[in-house]
Design a protein around this ligand. Structure first.
Ligand code: FAD
Length: 470
């Protein structure tokens, strides 16, 4: 931790791109203990650290890194876990370059502390240690459940899991109602195995189960049971974390051609329904030799890299701005390109073209140039009128999503904004229905895991206060 010459970051061991493009194993292999301690020892242990405020759940980065630099994994885990209930997930998927690592004092050198990788190491090492199980049982903050305090969480994405974990640790009886047959929301149905292995999510969920959280799958709130009915059945508070999983389409001709998929459907078929095992699994896999993916976010990167792993000969991402404006994690773009995904910048889709028999044969795109910055701060793409057709037999659309509609349709009294997302009090997360709180993508629109977690945490703190748990 001594000041002096700044040592370079310890590189993350990775699977070779040519090997990994043919398998679903995790791309980043994780630090060894020695590598993690070496990276942790680069931390300056600043007197006024800025990294913590760069994190939406305010992980005490300086604190956990100090423990890790001494080889104290348990101590490091305790510090992280104090504010972050899904550290193994966040260590893998958070856009650290825009958060904690951007705020690191070493960021201007181009070599900020690899905070995300260290967080991942700590969580992985801790979960496989003997200390883990006994520590959960003996956790000092974990009171006996107070049977008269019951809270329901709707949806099981990171926002609900965070709210559930915090409330259970404070002694509430928490039940999570999930519409799908697996727990984890986008973490299991959206983000592929090669970035976030399902066993990691399962471990974090198990951690919550041991805290006393009850999980009910195949419960669609708004259909299987109403939101009001939950309150009437004795849940004193409800947290709604139903996410933004409704795919958006570009609204151009040819969208109903066979071979045009939303990224959500494509990824869900592969991740959750194991379509790659068809016919041993019930869900067939949309096959494509020449695959085009529309979009520039994490969803588009995941779809493109999945298609590559499933045997596509050629995978091209089309994006209407340039790579510099892409909203995806920088690392995912780099990994996709290393694996052989091609990126066509400054082209926007204008029509899907068929083969005359109902199947997709090509995507017509229009060339763009960049104009002045728009509301998002990024330079606006301007059409040039020149088009070309990209031969394509599978097109995957990853241009954004809308609010999951079932609960909202069944609960018209829940106030929503003009985009259809739930309106909440920014401080407390409470909705227009007293003691019903909401957070995550269903409030903000599609965002990030850690922002969803931050919202779950804030709402849980307020619920705990109102129910007398703190
Ligand atoms: C493919 C993909 C890749 C991504 N990659 C990243 C990344 O690398 N880093 C990052 O930070 N973010 C990433 N994101 C975004 C991130 O996953 C989301 O912002 C986050 O998961 C939102 O969490 P949430 O709790 O709001 O809801 P979600 O994770 O969307 O979970 C909502 C859950 O609610 C359930 N549900 C919906 N309606 C009901 C109902 N009526 N009753 C019961 N259950 C219901 C759904 O089935 C779902 O399981 C990615 C998103 C996608 C789609």
């Amino acid at each position: 931790m001594a000041r002096g010459k700044i040592r370079p970051r310890v590189p993350m061991p990775m699977q070779d791109p040519l090997v990994r493009r043919g398998n679903f194993h995790e791309v980043a292999l994780g630090y060894t203990r020695e590598q993690a301690m070496a990276e942790a020892s680069r931390c300056l242990q600043c007197t006024k650290p800025t990294c913590q405020s760069g994190c939406p759940v305010e992980v005490d980065c300086k604190g956990f890194i100090a423990h890790l630099a001494q080889g104290d994994v348990e101590g490091a885990f305790a510090v992280i876990r104090h504010t972050n209930s899904l550290p193994a997930v966040c260590g893998r998927v958070c856009p650290q370059e825009k958060q904690c690592e951007r705020a690191c004092k070493l960021a201007p050198t181009g070599e900020p502390i690899a905070i995300g990788r260290l967080e991942r190491f700590v969580a992985d090492a801790y979960y496989t240690s003997d200390a883990c199980a006994s520590a959960i049982a003996a956790a000092s903050h974990c009171r006996m459940p107070q049977r008269d305090v019951r809270v329901a969480c709707v949806g099981s994405g990171p926002s609900s899991l965070t709210a559930a974990g915090l409330l259970a640790a404070l002694g509430a009886q928490v039940t999570v109602f999930e519409g799908l047959h697996e727990i984890g929301g986008v973490l299991v149905y959206g983000i592929p195995e090669f970035r976030l292995p399902k066993r990691i999510v399962a471990t974090e969920v198990e951690h919550l189960r041991r805290l006393g959280v009850e999980f009910r799958t195949n419960w669609v709130v708004g259909q299987t049971i109403g939101l009001r009915a939950l309150l009437e059945r004795g849940y004193q508070a409800v947290f709604v974390g139903t996410g933004a999983g409704l795919p958006q389409f570009p609204g151009i001709p040819g969208e109903s051609l066979l071979g045009v998929y939303s990224a959500n459907e494509y990824l869900t078929r592969v991740n959750l329904m194991r379509a790659y095992e068809f016919p041993r699994a019930d869900t067939p896999l949309p096959q494509g030799r020449r695959v085009t993916v529309i979009g520039g976010g994490n969803v588009a990167m995941d779809a493109a890299r999945t298609a590559l792993r499933l045997g596509a000969l050629e995978v091209t991402i089309v994006y209407r701005r340039t790579q510099a404006e892409m909203p995806c994690r920088q690392e995912e773009l780099e990994h996709a390109v290393e694996e052989g995904v091609r990126v066509r910048e400054l082209v926007a889709p204008v029509a899907f073209e068929g083969d005359g028999k109902g199947w997709l044969a090509g995507l017509r795109v229009e060339h763009m140039v960049l104009g002045e910055p728009d509301d998002s701060g990024r330079r606006r793409p301007i059409p040039t009128g020149t088009t070309e057709v990209l031969p394509t037999d599978l097109c995957i659309i990853g241009i954004g999503t809308g609010p999951n509609p079932v609960l909202l349709r069944a609960t018209p009294e829940l106030a929503r904004n003009r985009w259809g997302y739930i309106v909440t009090d920014p401080e407390t997360g409470e909705t227009s229905i007293p003691m019903v709180f909401a957070g995550g993508d269903i409030v903000t629109g599609a965002a990030t895991v850690v922002l969803a977690m931050g919202a779950g945490r804030r709402a849980a703190q307020e619920i705990a206060r109102r129910l007398g748990l703190v």
